[in-house]
Design a protein around this ligand. Structure first.
Ligand code: SF4
Length: 507
Protein backbone atom coordinates (compact mmCIF):
# COMPACT_ATOMS: atom_id res chain seq x y z
CA UNK A 1 0.00 0.00 0.00
CA UNK A 2 1.41 3.41 -0.94
CA UNK A 3 1.91 5.94 1.84
CA UNK A 4 -0.91 8.47 2.18
CA UNK A 5 -0.59 12.19 1.50
CA UNK A 6 -1.87 14.87 3.84
CA UNK A 7 -3.99 17.31 1.82
CA UNK A 8 -5.34 20.73 2.74
CA UNK A 9 -8.83 19.38 3.44
CA UNK A 10 -7.48 16.56 5.63
CA UNK A 11 -5.37 19.13 7.46
CA UNK A 12 -8.52 21.22 8.08
CA UNK A 13 -10.63 18.28 9.30
CA UNK A 14 -7.81 16.87 11.41
CA UNK A 15 -7.69 19.81 13.77
CA UNK A 16 -11.08 18.68 15.09
CA UNK A 17 -10.93 14.93 15.00
CA UNK A 18 -7.99 12.57 14.35
CA UNK A 19 -10.34 9.71 13.56
CA UNK A 20 -12.00 11.68 10.80
CA UNK A 21 -8.83 12.17 8.76
CA UNK A 22 -7.80 8.55 9.18
CA UNK A 23 -11.21 7.39 7.94
CA UNK A 24 -11.20 9.97 5.13
CA UNK A 25 -7.78 8.69 4.01
CA UNK A 26 -8.34 4.95 4.24
CA UNK A 27 -12.11 4.32 4.47
CA UNK A 28 -13.82 7.17 2.67
CA UNK A 29 -16.62 4.85 1.55
CA UNK A 30 -17.87 4.72 5.15
CA UNK A 31 -18.91 8.38 4.94
CA UNK A 32 -22.51 9.35 4.21
CA UNK A 33 -23.04 10.78 0.72
CA UNK A 34 -22.68 14.57 0.53
CA UNK A 35 -26.03 16.24 1.06
CA UNK A 36 -27.60 18.81 -1.25
CA UNK A 37 -26.51 21.75 0.92
CA UNK A 38 -22.84 20.72 0.77
CA UNK A 39 -23.06 20.05 -2.97
CA UNK A 40 -24.59 23.51 -3.46
CA UNK A 41 -21.73 25.09 -1.48
CA UNK A 42 -19.19 23.18 -3.60
CA UNK A 43 -20.95 24.38 -6.76
CA UNK A 44 -20.88 28.00 -5.56
CA UNK A 45 -17.14 27.61 -4.85
CA UNK A 46 -16.60 26.24 -8.37
CA UNK A 47 -18.51 29.09 -10.00
CA UNK A 48 -16.55 31.68 -8.01
CA UNK A 49 -13.29 29.90 -8.84
CA UNK A 50 -14.10 30.03 -12.54
CA UNK A 51 -15.07 33.68 -12.25
CA UNK A 52 -11.83 34.46 -10.42
CA UNK A 53 -9.80 33.03 -13.31
CA UNK A 54 -11.22 35.74 -15.54
CA UNK A 55 -9.21 38.25 -13.44
CA UNK A 56 -6.08 36.76 -15.04
CA UNK A 57 -7.09 36.22 -18.70
CA UNK A 58 -3.65 34.88 -19.74
CA UNK A 59 -3.57 32.22 -17.01
CA UNK A 60 -2.85 28.57 -17.73
CA UNK A 61 -5.28 26.04 -16.22
CA UNK A 62 -4.01 22.64 -15.02
CA UNK A 63 -7.06 20.51 -15.75
CA UNK A 64 -6.08 17.42 -13.77
CA UNK A 65 -7.08 17.17 -10.12
CA UNK A 66 -4.95 15.43 -7.48
CA UNK A 67 -1.50 13.89 -7.76
CA UNK A 68 -1.83 13.45 -11.54
CA UNK A 69 -1.63 17.23 -11.77
CA UNK A 70 1.86 17.40 -10.22
CA UNK A 71 3.81 16.40 -13.36
CA UNK A 72 1.62 18.58 -15.56
CA UNK A 73 2.29 21.53 -13.24
CA UNK A 74 6.04 20.91 -13.55
CA UNK A 75 5.72 21.00 -17.34
CA UNK A 76 3.67 24.21 -17.22
CA UNK A 77 6.27 25.84 -14.96
CA UNK A 78 9.01 24.65 -17.28
CA UNK A 79 7.20 26.24 -20.22
CA UNK A 80 7.51 29.65 -18.57
CA UNK A 81 3.87 30.25 -17.68
CA UNK A 82 3.56 33.11 -15.22
CA UNK A 83 -0.07 32.64 -14.15
CA UNK A 84 -1.17 29.10 -13.28
CA UNK A 85 -4.55 27.92 -12.03
CA UNK A 86 -4.79 24.66 -10.02
CA UNK A 87 -1.02 24.16 -9.89
CA UNK A 88 -0.26 21.00 -7.87
CA UNK A 89 2.75 20.16 -5.69
CA UNK A 90 3.63 17.11 -3.69
CA UNK A 91 6.31 15.99 -1.25
CA UNK A 92 6.51 12.48 0.17
CA UNK A 93 4.04 13.47 2.86
CA UNK A 94 2.03 16.46 1.72
CA UNK A 95 -0.01 17.53 -1.30
CA UNK A 96 -1.35 20.96 -2.25
CA UNK A 97 -3.23 22.27 -5.29
CA UNK A 98 -3.43 26.07 -5.49
CA UNK A 99 -6.26 28.16 -6.91
CA UNK A 100 -3.98 30.79 -8.48
CA UNK A 101 -0.20 31.24 -8.71
CA UNK A 102 1.05 34.49 -10.18
CA UNK A 103 4.71 35.18 -10.87
CA UNK A 104 5.96 38.52 -9.53
CA UNK A 105 8.49 40.85 -11.20
CA UNK A 106 11.36 39.48 -9.09
CA UNK A 107 10.61 35.93 -10.25
CA UNK A 108 9.05 34.80 -6.96
CA UNK A 109 5.40 33.71 -6.74
CA UNK A 110 2.18 35.11 -5.36
CA UNK A 111 -0.28 32.48 -4.11
CA UNK A 112 -3.97 33.38 -4.16
CA UNK A 113 -6.61 31.28 -2.45
CA UNK A 114 -10.18 31.83 -3.66
CA UNK A 115 -12.84 31.69 -0.95
CA UNK A 116 -16.59 32.14 -1.20
CA UNK A 117 -16.81 34.15 2.04
CA UNK A 118 -16.83 37.93 2.24
CA UNK A 119 -13.35 38.39 3.69
CA UNK A 120 -10.66 37.08 5.96
CA UNK A 121 -9.78 40.20 7.98
CA UNK A 122 -11.89 42.33 10.30
CA UNK A 123 -12.22 46.10 9.71
CA UNK A 124 -9.47 46.65 12.31
CA UNK A 125 -7.08 44.48 10.24
CA UNK A 126 -7.11 41.52 12.62
CA UNK A 127 -7.78 37.99 11.39
CA UNK A 128 -11.47 37.10 11.16
CA UNK A 129 -11.01 33.57 9.83
CA UNK A 130 -7.89 31.84 11.23
CA UNK A 131 -8.84 28.70 9.30
CA UNK A 132 -8.24 30.51 5.99
CA UNK A 133 -4.79 31.64 7.18
CA UNK A 134 -4.04 28.03 8.12
CA UNK A 135 -5.22 26.81 4.68
CA UNK A 136 -2.89 29.20 2.88
CA UNK A 137 -0.02 28.48 5.28
CA UNK A 138 -0.38 24.77 4.55
CA UNK A 139 0.05 25.48 0.83
CA UNK A 140 2.95 27.86 1.46
CA UNK A 141 4.84 25.15 3.35
CA UNK A 142 4.23 22.49 0.67
CA UNK A 143 5.27 24.82 -2.18
CA UNK A 144 8.43 25.88 -0.37
CA UNK A 145 9.32 22.25 0.40
CA UNK A 146 9.01 21.67 -3.36
CA UNK A 147 11.48 24.47 -4.02
CA UNK A 148 9.11 27.18 -5.24
CA UNK A 149 9.91 30.64 -3.96
CA UNK A 150 6.55 31.98 -2.73
CA UNK A 151 6.76 35.45 -1.20
CA UNK A 152 3.26 36.87 -1.29
CA UNK A 153 -0.10 35.46 -0.19
CA UNK A 154 -3.62 36.75 -0.77
CA UNK A 155 -7.20 35.64 -0.47
CA UNK A 156 -9.63 36.32 -3.30
CA UNK A 157 -13.07 36.66 -1.73
CA UNK A 158 -16.53 38.02 -2.38
CA UNK A 159 -16.74 41.81 -2.13
CA UNK A 160 -19.57 42.47 0.32
CA UNK A 161 -19.97 46.02 -1.01
CA UNK A 162 -20.76 44.88 -4.54
CA UNK A 163 -24.24 45.81 -5.77
CA UNK A 164 -25.77 44.26 -8.86
CA UNK A 165 -26.56 46.98 -11.38
CA UNK A 166 -26.66 45.30 -14.77
CA UNK A 167 -24.38 42.27 -14.58
CA UNK A 168 -22.05 40.42 -12.24
CA UNK A 169 -18.41 40.91 -13.23
CA UNK A 170 -15.34 39.30 -11.62
CA UNK A 171 -13.80 42.72 -11.00
CA UNK A 172 -16.94 43.88 -9.21
CA UNK A 173 -17.78 40.74 -7.28
CA UNK A 174 -14.30 39.67 -6.15
CA UNK A 175 -11.67 41.41 -4.11
CA UNK A 176 -8.10 40.47 -3.14
CA UNK A 177 -6.83 40.86 0.41
CA UNK A 178 -3.16 40.32 1.11
CA UNK A 179 -2.39 38.13 4.14
CA UNK A 180 1.39 37.63 3.76
CA UNK A 181 2.35 38.74 7.27
CA UNK A 182 -0.22 36.43 8.87
CA UNK A 183 0.94 33.45 6.81
CA UNK A 184 4.63 34.05 7.54
CA UNK A 185 4.04 34.21 11.30
CA UNK A 186 1.87 31.09 11.13
CA UNK A 187 4.36 28.73 9.45
CA UNK A 188 5.99 27.24 12.53
CA UNK A 189 2.68 26.31 14.15
CA UNK A 190 1.18 24.85 10.96
CA UNK A 191 4.33 22.88 10.12
CA UNK A 192 4.25 21.16 13.52
CA UNK A 193 0.53 20.41 13.08
CA UNK A 194 1.14 18.98 9.61
CA UNK A 195 3.73 16.57 10.99
CA UNK A 196 1.38 15.54 13.82
CA UNK A 197 -1.52 14.91 11.44
CA UNK A 198 0.68 13.04 8.99
CA UNK A 199 1.56 10.68 11.82
CA UNK A 200 -2.14 10.13 12.44
CA UNK A 201 -3.02 9.21 8.85
CA UNK A 202 -0.05 6.81 8.71
CA UNK A 203 -1.14 4.96 11.87
CA UNK A 204 -2.34 1.40 11.24
CA UNK A 205 -5.71 2.02 12.93
CA UNK A 206 -8.08 4.98 13.34
CA UNK A 207 -8.20 6.22 16.92
CA UNK A 208 -11.46 5.81 18.82
CA UNK A 209 -12.97 9.22 19.51
CA UNK A 210 -16.02 9.59 21.75
CA UNK A 211 -19.06 11.56 20.62
CA UNK A 212 -18.46 15.29 20.63
CA UNK A 213 -19.99 18.48 19.21
CA UNK A 214 -17.75 18.29 16.14
CA UNK A 215 -19.45 15.01 15.18
CA UNK A 216 -22.68 16.88 14.38
CA UNK A 217 -21.61 17.77 10.84
CA UNK A 218 -19.36 14.77 10.15
CA UNK A 219 -20.18 12.30 7.40
CA UNK A 220 -18.83 9.41 9.50
CA UNK A 221 -21.34 9.96 12.30
CA UNK A 222 -23.49 6.90 11.62
CA UNK A 223 -20.34 4.76 11.32
CA UNK A 224 -18.68 6.03 14.51
CA UNK A 225 -21.74 6.52 16.67
CA UNK A 226 -24.62 4.47 15.31
CA UNK A 227 -26.33 4.64 18.70
CA UNK A 228 -26.44 7.93 20.56
CA UNK A 229 -27.22 7.68 24.28
CA UNK A 230 -30.11 9.50 25.94
CA UNK A 231 -27.92 11.53 28.30
CA UNK A 232 -24.88 12.52 26.25
CA UNK A 233 -22.67 15.35 27.52
CA UNK A 234 -23.13 17.02 24.13
CA UNK A 235 -26.80 17.62 24.97
CA UNK A 236 -25.85 20.34 27.47
CA UNK A 237 -26.87 23.60 25.80
CA UNK A 238 -24.07 25.81 24.43
CA UNK A 239 -21.37 23.29 25.39
CA UNK A 240 -18.21 23.39 23.24
CA UNK A 241 -16.05 20.49 22.09
CA UNK A 242 -13.22 21.50 24.43
CA UNK A 243 -15.55 21.50 27.43
CA UNK A 244 -16.82 18.03 26.52
CA UNK A 245 -13.19 16.84 26.42
CA UNK A 246 -12.48 18.39 29.82
CA UNK A 247 -15.50 16.71 31.40
CA UNK A 248 -14.49 13.36 29.93
CA UNK A 249 -10.95 13.85 31.22
CA UNK A 250 -12.45 14.19 34.71
CA UNK A 251 -14.16 10.84 34.23
CA UNK A 252 -17.69 12.03 33.41
CA UNK A 253 -19.22 10.10 30.52
CA UNK A 254 -22.81 11.33 30.61
CA UNK A 255 -24.93 14.16 31.98
CA UNK A 256 -26.03 11.83 34.77
CA UNK A 257 -22.41 11.52 36.04
CA UNK A 258 -21.99 15.26 36.58
CA UNK A 259 -21.99 16.69 40.11
CA UNK A 260 -23.86 19.97 40.68
CA UNK A 261 -20.55 21.73 41.34
CA UNK A 262 -19.74 21.49 37.60
CA UNK A 263 -22.29 24.23 36.83
CA UNK A 264 -21.36 27.87 37.20
CA UNK A 265 -24.71 29.32 38.22
CA UNK A 266 -23.40 32.88 37.96
CA UNK A 267 -23.50 32.62 34.13
CA UNK A 268 -26.52 32.23 31.78
CA UNK A 269 -24.84 29.19 30.17
CA UNK A 270 -24.30 27.57 33.57
CA UNK A 271 -27.94 28.20 34.54
CA UNK A 272 -29.22 26.77 31.22
CA UNK A 273 -27.00 23.69 31.52
CA UNK A 274 -28.01 23.19 35.15
CA UNK A 275 -31.68 23.19 34.13
CA UNK A 276 -31.04 20.53 31.52
CA UNK A 277 -28.99 18.50 34.02
CA UNK A 278 -31.90 18.58 36.50
CA UNK A 279 -34.32 17.43 33.78
CA UNK A 280 -32.08 14.49 32.83
CA UNK A 281 -31.55 13.51 36.47
CA UNK A 282 -35.23 13.60 37.36
CA UNK A 283 -36.44 12.37 33.94
CA UNK A 284 -39.32 14.81 34.18
CA UNK A 285 -41.08 16.95 31.62
CA UNK A 286 -40.55 20.44 32.91
CA UNK A 287 -43.09 23.16 32.13
CA UNK A 288 -42.85 26.16 34.42
CA UNK A 289 -46.04 28.02 35.44
CA UNK A 290 -44.83 31.19 33.66
CA UNK A 291 -45.29 29.45 30.31
CA UNK A 292 -49.01 28.95 30.88
CA UNK A 293 -49.48 32.38 32.48
CA UNK A 294 -47.81 34.16 29.59
CA UNK A 295 -49.66 32.23 26.88
CA UNK A 296 -53.04 32.66 28.58
CA UNK A 297 -52.52 36.41 28.71
CA UNK A 298 -51.95 36.76 24.94
CA UNK A 299 -54.84 38.39 23.03
CA UNK A 300 -56.56 36.73 20.05
CA UNK A 301 -56.57 36.39 17.09
CA UNK A 302 -53.32 34.41 17.16
CA UNK A 303 -51.22 34.35 13.97
CA UNK A 304 -48.32 31.90 13.68
CA UNK A 305 -45.86 32.99 10.99
CA UNK A 306 -42.79 31.49 9.35
CA UNK A 307 -40.63 32.74 6.46
CA UNK A 308 -38.25 31.17 3.98
CA UNK A 309 -35.52 33.24 2.38
CA UNK A 310 -32.60 32.92 -0.01
CA UNK A 311 -29.17 34.59 0.20
CA UNK A 312 -27.08 33.61 -2.81
CA UNK A 313 -23.37 34.47 -2.91
CA UNK A 314 -23.82 35.84 -6.42
CA UNK A 315 -26.63 38.42 -6.39
CA UNK A 316 -29.63 37.55 -8.50
CA UNK A 317 -31.84 40.62 -8.24
CA UNK A 318 -31.10 44.21 -9.22
CA UNK A 319 -29.43 46.22 -6.42
CA UNK A 320 -28.81 42.98 -4.54
CA UNK A 321 -25.57 42.46 -2.61
CA UNK A 322 -23.70 39.14 -2.17
CA UNK A 323 -25.39 37.04 0.50
CA UNK A 324 -28.19 39.57 0.90
CA UNK A 325 -31.24 37.83 2.34
CA UNK A 326 -34.42 37.93 0.24
CA UNK A 327 -37.54 36.47 1.87
CA UNK A 328 -39.60 34.72 -0.79
CA UNK A 329 -42.23 32.75 1.11
CA UNK A 330 -44.40 32.96 4.19
CA UNK A 331 -46.93 30.72 5.88
CA UNK A 332 -49.46 31.86 8.46
CA UNK A 333 -51.84 29.80 10.59
CA UNK A 334 -54.45 31.93 12.33
CA UNK A 335 -56.77 31.10 15.22
CA UNK A 336 -59.47 33.72 15.74
CA UNK A 337 -60.34 32.64 19.29
CA UNK A 338 -59.61 29.77 21.67
CA UNK A 339 -62.22 27.41 20.22
CA UNK A 340 -61.87 28.44 16.55
CA UNK A 341 -60.67 26.23 13.72
CA UNK A 342 -57.23 27.00 12.30
CA UNK A 343 -57.13 29.11 9.16
CA UNK A 344 -54.13 28.91 6.80
CA UNK A 345 -52.78 31.49 4.32
CA UNK A 346 -49.51 31.47 2.40
CA UNK A 347 -47.40 33.30 -0.14
CA UNK A 348 -44.71 32.06 -2.51
CA UNK A 349 -43.04 34.38 -5.01
CA UNK A 350 -43.00 32.39 -8.23
CA UNK A 351 -41.25 34.95 -10.43
CA UNK A 352 -37.55 35.54 -11.07
CA UNK A 353 -37.64 39.04 -9.58
CA UNK A 354 -37.10 40.78 -6.25
CA UNK A 355 -39.81 39.21 -4.05
CA UNK A 356 -39.77 41.71 -1.19
CA UNK A 357 -42.60 44.10 -2.08
CA UNK A 358 -45.10 41.32 -2.90
CA UNK A 359 -43.93 39.36 0.14
CA UNK A 360 -44.33 42.29 2.55
CA UNK A 361 -47.64 43.59 1.26
CA UNK A 362 -49.30 40.16 1.28
CA UNK A 363 -48.00 39.43 4.76
CA UNK A 364 -49.23 42.75 6.10
CA UNK A 365 -52.74 42.01 4.79
CA UNK A 366 -52.66 38.59 6.46
CA UNK A 367 -51.51 39.58 9.96
CA UNK A 368 -52.56 43.19 10.51
CA UNK A 369 -55.61 42.26 12.60
CA UNK A 370 -53.77 39.66 14.71
CA UNK A 371 -53.71 40.32 18.45
CA UNK A 372 -50.63 38.12 18.88
CA UNK A 373 -48.06 37.20 16.24
CA UNK A 374 -46.12 34.06 17.10
CA UNK A 375 -42.67 33.59 15.61
CA UNK A 376 -40.06 30.91 16.30
CA UNK A 377 -36.66 32.55 16.99
CA UNK A 378 -35.58 36.01 15.89
CA UNK A 379 -35.33 35.11 12.19
CA UNK A 380 -38.69 36.57 11.16
CA UNK A 381 -38.03 39.79 13.09
CA UNK A 382 -34.68 40.19 11.33
CA UNK A 383 -36.29 39.74 7.91
CA UNK A 384 -38.97 42.34 8.73
CA UNK A 385 -36.25 44.74 9.88
CA UNK A 386 -34.58 44.32 6.46
CA UNK A 387 -37.93 44.82 4.76
CA UNK A 388 -38.45 48.14 6.54
CA UNK A 389 -35.74 49.58 4.27
CA UNK A 390 -37.66 48.62 1.10
CA UNK A 391 -40.16 51.28 -0.04
CA UNK A 392 -43.73 50.07 -0.64
CA UNK A 393 -43.09 46.67 0.94
CA UNK A 394 -45.09 47.50 4.06
CA UNK A 395 -41.95 46.71 6.05
CA UNK A 396 -42.27 49.74 8.33
CA UNK A 397 -45.85 48.82 9.22
CA UNK A 398 -44.85 45.17 9.71
CA UNK A 399 -41.97 46.17 11.98
CA UNK A 400 -44.38 48.27 14.09
CA UNK A 401 -46.86 45.38 14.25
CA UNK A 402 -44.20 42.94 15.37
CA UNK A 403 -42.76 45.26 17.99
CA UNK A 404 -46.25 45.55 19.54
CA UNK A 405 -47.64 42.07 19.15
CA UNK A 406 -44.88 39.52 18.56
CA UNK A 407 -44.30 36.61 20.93
CA UNK A 408 -41.31 34.39 20.27
CA UNK A 409 -42.42 30.81 20.94
CA UNK A 410 -38.76 29.72 20.86
CA UNK A 411 -38.01 32.01 23.83
CA UNK A 412 -41.01 30.70 25.76
CA UNK A 413 -40.05 27.08 25.14
CA UNK A 414 -36.39 27.70 25.91
CA UNK A 415 -37.15 29.78 28.98
CA UNK A 416 -39.88 27.70 30.61
CA UNK A 417 -39.84 24.13 29.31
CA UNK A 418 -37.45 21.22 28.97
CA UNK A 419 -37.74 17.62 27.92
CA UNK A 420 -34.80 15.25 27.59
CA UNK A 421 -35.91 14.57 24.01
CA UNK A 422 -34.83 18.11 23.08
CA UNK A 423 -31.24 16.82 23.37
CA UNK A 424 -30.00 20.26 24.31
CA UNK A 425 -31.55 21.98 21.28
CA UNK A 426 -34.69 24.13 21.18
CA UNK A 427 -34.96 24.08 17.39
CA UNK A 428 -38.46 23.30 16.16
CA UNK A 429 -37.13 20.10 14.54
CA UNK A 430 -36.10 18.81 18.00
CA UNK A 431 -39.01 20.20 19.99
CA UNK A 432 -41.77 18.96 17.64
CA UNK A 433 -41.14 15.20 17.97
CA UNK A 434 -40.95 15.57 21.76
CA UNK A 435 -44.43 17.08 22.01
CA UNK A 436 -46.17 15.98 18.80
CA UNK A 437 -44.63 12.67 17.69
CA UNK A 438 -47.28 12.14 15.00
CA UNK A 439 -46.37 15.28 13.07
CA UNK A 440 -43.09 14.67 11.30
CA UNK A 441 -40.94 16.39 8.71
CA UNK A 442 -39.63 13.04 7.49
CA UNK A 443 -42.23 12.59 4.74
CA UNK A 444 -41.53 16.03 3.27
CA UNK A 445 -39.31 16.55 0.21
CA UNK A 446 -37.88 19.66 1.87
CA UNK A 447 -37.02 19.31 5.55
CA UNK A 448 -35.07 22.43 6.47
CA UNK A 449 -34.73 26.08 5.58
CA UNK A 450 -31.30 25.69 3.97
CA UNK A 451 -32.66 23.17 1.50
CA UNK A 452 -35.72 25.38 0.89
CA UNK A 453 -33.40 28.19 -0.24
CA UNK A 454 -31.39 25.89 -2.52
CA UNK A 455 -34.52 24.44 -4.12
CA UNK A 456 -36.02 27.92 -4.53
CA UNK A 457 -33.03 28.97 -6.63
CA UNK A 458 -33.50 25.80 -8.71
CA UNK A 459 -37.19 26.61 -9.07
CA UNK A 460 -36.36 30.08 -10.40
CA UNK A 461 -33.92 28.56 -12.88
CA UNK A 462 -36.63 26.27 -14.24
CA UNK A 463 -39.79 28.39 -13.98
CA UNK A 464 -42.61 27.02 -16.12
CA UNK A 465 -41.37 23.43 -16.00
CA UNK A 466 -42.91 20.51 -14.17
CA UNK A 467 -39.75 20.32 -12.07
CA UNK A 468 -40.23 23.91 -10.87
CA UNK A 469 -43.91 23.33 -10.18
CA UNK A 470 -43.03 20.34 -8.01
CA UNK A 471 -40.54 22.42 -6.06
CA UNK A 472 -43.20 25.07 -5.50
CA UNK A 473 -45.51 22.38 -4.10
CA UNK A 474 -42.72 21.05 -1.86
CA UNK A 475 -41.90 24.55 -0.61
CA UNK A 476 -45.53 25.20 0.28
CA UNK A 477 -45.76 21.90 2.16
CA UNK A 478 -42.57 22.65 4.12
CA UNK A 479 -43.38 26.22 5.18
CA UNK A 480 -46.95 25.25 6.07
CA UNK A 481 -45.58 22.47 8.26
CA UNK A 482 -43.44 24.95 10.20
CA UNK A 483 -46.40 27.09 11.28
CA UNK A 484 -48.59 24.03 11.85
CA UNK A 485 -45.84 22.65 14.08
CA UNK A 486 -45.81 25.88 16.12
CA UNK A 487 -49.55 25.61 16.74
CA UNK A 488 -49.42 21.94 17.65
CA UNK A 489 -46.44 22.32 19.98
CA UNK A 490 -48.17 25.17 21.80
CA UNK A 491 -51.41 23.18 22.07
CA UNK A 492 -49.54 20.11 23.33
CA UNK A 493 -47.69 22.04 26.03
CA UNK A 494 -50.83 23.86 27.18
CA UNK A 495 -52.80 20.60 27.00
CA UNK A 496 -50.24 18.81 29.15
CA UNK A 497 -50.73 21.41 31.86
CA UNK A 498 -54.50 21.05 31.87
CA UNK A 499 -54.26 17.28 32.26
CA UNK A 500 -51.46 17.15 34.78
CA UNK A 501 -51.26 19.48 37.74
CA UNK A 502 -48.85 20.54 39.13
CA UNK A 503 -46.33 21.38 36.41
CA UNK A 504 -44.04 18.36 36.26
CA UNK A 505 -44.96 14.95 34.97
CA UNK A 506 -43.00 11.76 35.50
CA UNK A 507 -42.63 9.62 32.43
S1 SF4 B 1 -18.21 11.11 13.75
FE1 SF4 B 1 -17.05 12.23 15.27
S2 SF4 B 1 -15.56 10.76 16.00
FE2 SF4 B 1 -16.30 9.97 14.07
S3 SF4 B 1 -14.89 10.73 12.56
FE3 SF4 B 1 -16.58 12.16 12.65
S4 SF4 B 1 -15.93 13.76 14.06
FE4 SF4 B 1 -14.59 11.98 14.38
Amino acid sequence: MSLPLLTKSLFRDGSNCPRRIHLATHNRKLAAPLDEAILARIETGKVLGEMARQLWPTGHLVREIGVNAVDITAQVLESGADIIFEAAFSTEKFFAQCDVLEQLHDGSWHLIEIKSGTGVLKPDGKVKKPQVIDDVTFQAIVLRLCGLQVTKFSVGHVNSEFRLESEVTPHGLLRLTEITKFVESNCEKVEAEMERLYGIICAPQAQTVPLNKFCDDCGFMSHCHPVVGANELTFLPMIRSGQVDKLRAKGFESILDLPETEFDLSTPTGVAQHKVWLAHLSQTISVEPEFVEKVESLPYPWAFIDFEATNPAIPRFRDGRPYQVFPFQWSCHTREHAAAELFHEEFLHEEDSDPRVAFGQSLLAAIQSAGTIFTYSSYEKARIKDLATVPESGGIELAALLSERETDLFDLIKGYTYRTEYRGSYSIKKVLPAWVPDLSYKQLAIQDGGLAAIRYEKMLDGLGTEFANQIATDLRAYCCQDTRAMVEILDAIMGSQKITQPQSTLF
